[in-house]
Design a protein around this ligand. Structure first.
Ligand SMILES: Cc1cc2nc3c(=O)[nH]c(=O)nc-3n(C[C@H](O)[C@H](O)[C@H](O)COP(=O)(O)OP(=O)(O)OC[C@H]3O[C@@H](n4cnc5c(N)ncnc54)[C@H](O)[C@@H]3O)c2cc1C
Length: 409
């Protein structure tokens, strides 16, 4: 049995190792000059390789494909991922939010462990091998590289990733291969990426906020809300809450974003606090009193959005103006102008349609064809979930390839 695996990322590398350890002849084709280019930059260079959770709780972090992924995640769990790397000699630590990292804080521990596992299990790794065409002729898969080389196999695994961060090699080639085999592809869109706003927020670029609530009301009535940290960028909103919301807004036609800068206080309590501050500094400029509530630039922006002159003396602020101030602090609105581009997106949402895949990620259309990792239409929030999806689907594919029985179709 010879397996060709296209893509030396998280999914392709693990799949190759598991097949080779079980006796298959495996060729891993990677277009870059090294494997794991994207893995290396994950988790800000620290690689958050999984979420330390039992499968049931893990699956709650999945945005698309939860039902489909159940079998793969229960068969190769976050504990299995940890055990794989610990067995390869990489000590791990679990941090806040169940995030698992190499104890060294270096993603290179993970990429090196995979490279070592590939070597030890006897996988033939071909670097600089860009698959340009994949086809099945007779019983064999035939792969042709962009410079005319050929490779044939009994089984083909497409683990080419999505379209995000294309500089790492994930340029969406797998979607083209899938379509050439008759598979449909759910439109890929950027996910875990900044939210662009129609309002110009460039003035606020770099301001980061803690303990805020960002709510998105999507055209059609659905509402999504996240509490935590947020960051203003030149073109919109980023940071954990914005990235999480992007997973729900990346297919939305339109949406309104509402930022609650003081979620711990009800409008009444916030009004009482403002009234108290005003009472203590009656002759001060409004901006100098509200400064205590917000970072400098945001303070000025907020007053402008509330239609309040920053230099107005506090003792001349009317009750209606104070109401506007409180309302803007609780509900600073932004018009959603779409999500950021693939170049900045942590993952791609969409991909090979799950309806034509078995739970082991085998094609229902072409015998011996498999898909693993981000190329399929499954994705999750940040926190190690997406790498675990890559590992679980890779292991499911390897198990199916190596099972004596022919895959259930
Ligand atoms: C900045 C950033 C940080 C991230 N941090 C985390 C994190 O901490 N935790 C987490 O869980 N997830 C994280 N992710 C997401 C995670 O990296 C991906 O979900 C995961 O790498 C997907 O693995 P994959 O093997 O499916 O695809 P990839 O890792 O994208 O690998 C695909 C491989 O296929 C190769 N390839 C593509 N086309 C061809 C072709 N035609 N021929 C040959 N080779 C080809 C590519 O060069 C690439 O090496 C992060 C993503 C980014 C961009």
């Amino acid at each position: 049995m010879k397996a060709c695996i296209v893509g030396g990322g998280a999914a392709g590398c693990l799949c190759a190792v598991l097949c080779a350890r079980n006796g298959a002849e495996v060729v891993l084709l990677e277009k870059n000059e090294k494997t794991g280019k994207k893995l290396f930059i994950t988790g800000k260079g620290r690689c958050n390789l999984t979420a330390d959770l039992p499968p049931r709780e893990f699956l709650e972090g999945v945005v698309r494909g939860e039902k489909f992924l159940r079998s793969a995640v229960w068969s190769f769990t976050p504990d299995d991922t940890k055990a794989f790397f610990e067995d390869m000699g990489v000590p791990l630590v679990t941090e806040r939010g169940n995030r698992v990292f190499p104890a060294s804080g270096k993603s290179s521990d993970i990429t090196r462990a995979l490279d070592r596992a590939l070597k030890e299990s006897g996988v033939r790794v071909e670097l600089g091998w860009e698959v340009a065409k994949a086809e099945k002729t007779g019983g064999d898969f035939v792969l042709t590289s962009s410079d005319g080389r050929k490779e044939t196999s009994d089984v083909l695994v497409i683990a080419t990733g999505g379209k995000s961060y294309p500089s790492t090699g994930s340029t969406g080639d797998g979607y083209r291969f899938a379509e050439s085999f008759g598979h449909s592809v759910v439109k890929p869109v950027p996910s875990l990426v900044q939210l662009l706003t129609k309002e110009d927020v460039s003035f606020l670029n770099g301001i980061s906020l803690k303990n805020i609530r960002l709510t998105a009301s999507v055209a059609g009535g659905k509402t999504f809300s996240e509490f935590g940290e947020m960051l203003f960028t030149k073109r919109g909103l980023s940071g954990p809450v914005a990235l999480t919301l992007s997973a729900h807004l990346n297919r939305a036609g339109g949406a309104e974003l509402s930022l609650d800068l003081k979620p711990a206080l009800s409008p009444e309590k916030l009004d009482a606090r403002v009234l108290r501050d005003f009472g203590e500094r009656k002759n001060a400029d409004l901006k100098n009193v509200t400064r205590a509530l917000l970072p400098e630039k945001l303070n000025l922006y907020l007053l402008q959005r509330a239609g309040l002159p920053p230099e107005k003396k506090v003792n001349s602020v009317t009750a209606e103006e104070r109401r506007r101030l409180v309302e803007t602090l609780k509900c600073l609105k932004f018009r959603f102008a779409g999500v950021g581009p693939f170049e900045e997106a942590v993952i791609t949402s969409g991909g090979v349609d799950l309806k034509d895949l078995t739970p082991k990620c085998g094609s229902r259309l072409v015998e011996g064809l498999y898909f693993a990792g981000e190329v399929i239409d499954a994705d999750a929030y940040t926190g190690g979930y997406n790498l675990q999806i890559a590992f679980s689907t890779a292991a499911a594919v390897a198990a199916d390839i190596m099972s004596a029985k022919s895959p259930a179709r």
